[in-house]
Design a protein around this ligand. Structure first.
Ligand code: SF4
Length: 85
C-alpha cells in the first residue's frame, strides 16, 4: 500500500488551526500556540521539521489541511520523495 509523508515546519506555524479543522486526527494545537502533527518525528532539529508517515486513506484530508494553511508550512510527499503539495 502506498505511503505518504507529511512534513510540518513547526517554527513558522501561526496557530491558525485550519489544518486541525480539516484533519483533527492528525493535528492538535499545543500549549505554545503552535500545532502538533500527532505522532510525528522531529527529522530536522535545526529547521524544526516534523514528519509523519500516513496511508493513502488519510491523504486527501491532509492535502486539504495543507491547502488550508495560510502560511504554507505543511508539505506532503509520496514515498519516492515527489512533492504532492
Ligand atoms: S493551518 Fe498552518 S498555521 Fe494554522 S495551525 Fe495548521 S500548520 Fe499552523
Amino acid at each position: 500500500m502506498a505511503k505518504y509523508f507529511i512534513r510540518l515546519k513547526r517554527t513558522e506555524c501561526i496557530g491558525a488551526v485550519s489544518c486541525e479543522a480539516m484533519a483533527p486526527m492528525h493535528w492538535k494545537l499545543a500549549n505554545d500556540g503552535k500545532i502538533d502533527l500527532i505522532n510525528s518525528k522531529l527529522i530536522d532539529k535545526e529547521n524544526d521539521i516534523w514528519e509523519l508517515e500516513i496511508e493513502a486513506k488519510d491523504l486527501e484530508k491532509n492535502i486539504d489541511a495543507a491547502k488550508a494553511c495560510p502560511v504554507f508550512v505543511i508539505e506532503i510527499f509520496d514515498e519516492k520523495g515527489n512533492k504532492i503539495i
